[in-house]
Design a binder for this molecule. Structure first.
Ligand code: ADP
Length: 299
């Protein structure tokens, strides 16, 4: 079993011919209202890729919140740990996409900002049963720190997808067994630019001094550079025709973590994560693009 502690958002995606200028009103092509948030996306990826998944998070007592809860039910995700706040509004991401596929995003954390250490403490037994905890950084850092610490205390392996990009205190990194970051997150954490596999390897060397030994840097179409106790390796990505890379990172985390839960080797887990993410980037949308395990050619 895996527990995801993280964000749930409603994504409001507006398509426009181009982005409006300040003060300008434009007519858009349409509005899509879809479930999102890195926490929920990763929980959905884990569930679709075969893991028994529970989520801890916080939504508002509003239409978006209830729709998100129903979505988790549909995916078979245990959601007793998702609190319904009587006061805060459900987190929302306002996403504008123009005809050149450039996006502009404003995230309003809403109820996600209310997720407190006590919301995790209430489900301590869940962490005691679980093999893996998966966190991201769209909920308060103190809550992430608390969850990682409780998981460690209960003998549960920890994975942090340190997204969105921010610097992290050493004591948080020291609680992480598996750190998964993309190029910009690796750059912010290590303090040096990361654009190709050599730079990813250098970032990993720097980050290993923080006490976190197992680090994966995802590099989009360039694949993954990973350090585990057996050394540094570059794992190229499958070549695909990408149409929408939204949720590529979330799908990779889900596929990688689901394979770890099956006791696969690190190399196999990275291959699984990349196979799932490669499929996701050939389809439009966030959660809508996340595949099921039986869609992989070689399984
Ligand atoms: P994020 O979505 O967090 O920015 P990345 O862009 O690094 O993360 O993508 C995560 C993983 O998804 C990559 O390591 C790769 O396996 C896969 N991926 C992303 N973009 C592509 C692509 N264009 N072609 C093939 N695989 C891709």
């Amino acid at each position: 079993e895996v527990v995801v502690v993280g964000s749930l958002n409603m994504d409001l995606v507006v398509r426009t011919p181009r982005h409006p200028q300040p003060g300008e009103t434009l007519t858009g092509h349409g509005l899509a209202t879809t479930a999102g948030g890195k926490g929920a996306n990763q929980a959905v990826a884990l569930a679709r890729l075969g893991a028994s998944t529970a989520m801890i998070g916080c939504v508002g007592d509003d239409a978006h919140g209830h729709a998100l809860l129903a979505g988790l039910d549909q995916e078979g995700i245990q959601r007793q740990g998702v609190r319904v706040s009587p006061t805060a509004e459900t987190g929302v991401a306002m996403i504008q996409v123009d005809d050149a596929s450039q996006n502009r995003i404003v995230v309003i954390p809403g109820s996600n900002a209310e997720l407190a250490p006590a919301d995790v403490g209430r489900w301590d037994a869940l962490l005691g049963r679980a093999k893996l905890l998966v966190c991201q950084l769209e909920v308060p850092l103190e809550t992430v720190r608390y969850a990682l610490g409780r998981a460690r205390a209960r003998g549960c392996t920890t994975l942090l997808n340190a997204a969105p990009a921010m610097t992290l205190p050493q004591d948080v990194l020291a609680l992480v067994d598996w750190l998964v970051v993309n190029e910009s997150e690796a750059a912010v954490l290590s303090g040096h630019p990361v654009g190709h596999p050599d730079e990813a390897a250098q970032a990993i060397q720097r980050l290993r001094q923080s006490g976190c030994r197992q680090i994966l840097v995802t590099l989009g179409a360039q694949g993954v550079v990973a350090a585990d106790d057996d050394g540094l390796h570059h794992h190229p990505a499958p070549r695909v025709a990408a149409v929408d890379t939204t949720a590529a990172g979330d799908t990779f985390v889900g596929g990688f973590a689901a394979a770890l839960l099956r006791d696969e080797t690190v190399a196999t887990a990275i291959r699984d994560g990349q196979a799932a993410a490669a499929l996701a980037v050939t389809r439009a949308g966030a959660q809508a693009s996340i595949p099921r395990r039986d869609e992989f050619a070689d399984h």
